[in-house]
Design a protein around this ligand. Structure first.
Ligand SMILES: C[S@@+](CC[C@H](N)C(=O)[O-])C[C@H]1O[C@@H](n2cnc3c(N)ncnc32)[C@H](O)[C@@H]1O
Length: 321
């Protein structure tokens, strides 16, 4: 991944990031070298996108936009469709609308005015998916927005978007899990969105997030929750809304107590929203047999999942270390 290495060099040139550069690069290259039969197809798509003249990155709500790419929409679409499914977005590339499964902007609007400004901050986005939010953080003025995401396809999606733009120097995605990062207490805002419920050990995840935070920093945590008293949490048996590896859905009071147990302070609940099929929807960008939230809710009672659990509801909390 020459593209990745070049970008990595310039992104990690920041004095604080530089201290962790070797370890992060070594582990990232190992992750990219894992055998995956799709890599030739993904690499080919990237190479074809890379040959085009790059465009300008910006925002055209709810889309991240890239304007003036010197390539036809057909060429861009054909190659980006080699990287299905596009879960996170949406993006607009020249006039081509990449309608991802999620309208990420809806989540971002719930967050952006309720957190400390990101301007000139070093930001960490844990479980970043394809980096849609990482780029939004950079567009808010973060000096560095580093996303970590172990799922390889999403790293190729980020690289594809990155390769179409000439102005995306302050966001970067690396193919690592949070636990694989060295403790780097250098980030002034740390995001963990949609990740906690996938962790077997939620307290360990929260403690590791804390170890990444510079003094007086802010954590922004978004996760699935259920209604209930303090100490209540739902542990789904098998799938939850068709998702595998959903380990634990706390009540908001339980979540606050977990944060407090790990040593976070000034814990604030800033939003609770039920996830709707308007926000998480079927689109041609998720593949030939698209299935999305509407298929995972009980058709006779959409307040329940197909497994009979309360339908997805998400909370956003902020706190300091
Ligand atoms: C539901 S997605 C959320 C993506 C994005 N943050 C958002 O809010 O839409 C969760 C992502 O976290 C990643 N993930 C899960 N466990 C992780 C870990 N321990 N470290 C980093 N990423 C993780 C998954 O691969 C997945 O892409």
């Amino acid at each position: 991944m020459k593209l990745f290495e070049d970008k990595f060099e310039s992104f990690f040139s920041d004095t604080e990031l530089q201290k962790f550069k070797e370890e992060c690069l070594r582990k990232s290259l190992m992750a990219f070298n894992i055998k995956n039969g799709n890599v030739p197809k993904w690499t080919d798509a990237l190479n074809k996108l890379n040959s085009t003249k790059k465009g300008e990155l910006g925002l055209n709500d709810p889309y991240i936009s890239i304007k003036n790419i010197d390539s036809s929409s057909e060429n861009i679409e054909t190659n980006l469709k080699q990287l299905l499914p596009w879960r996170k977005g949406p993006f607009i590339l020249n006039n081509l609308k990449l309608e991802s499964e999620w309208i990420g902007d809806l989540k971002w609007q719930r967050i952006k005015n309720k957190i400390k400004p990101l301007k000139n901050k070093r930001v960490l986005d844990v479980g970043a998916g394809n980096g849609y939010f990482t780029i939004r953080m950079a567009l808010e003025g973060a000096s560095k927005a580093l996303g970590v995401e172990p799922f390889l396809l999403f790293n190729y999606q980020f690289a594809a978007i990155d390769t179409l733009t000439k102005s995306n120097s302050n966001s970067m995605l690396i193919p690592l899990r949070l636990e694989e990062l060295p403790n780097m207490p250098i980030f002034e805002s740390v995001f963990s969105m949609g990740v906690l419920y996938h962790q077997r050990d939620h307290l360990e995840h929260l403690s590791k997030l804390k170890k990444m935070m510079a003094p007086n920093s802010e954590l922004i945590l978004e996760t699935l929750i259920v209604d209930g008293q303090k100490n209540y949490a739902l542990i789904p048996e098998g799938r939850y809304a068709n998702m595998r590896n959903v380990h634990c859905l706390p009540s908001t009071e339980t979540l606050k107590s977990w944060l407090s147990d790990v040593g976070f302070r000034s814990i604030k609940l800033i939003d609770v929203s039920v996830t709707t099929p308007q926000e998480q929807r079927k689109t041609p960008w998720i593949g030939d047999n698209p299935a999305s939230l509407e298929d995972f809710l009980d058709p006779s009672n959409p307040s329940l999942t197909i497994e009979g659990y309360p339908a997805p509801k998400r909370a956003i909390l902020t706190c300091s270390n």
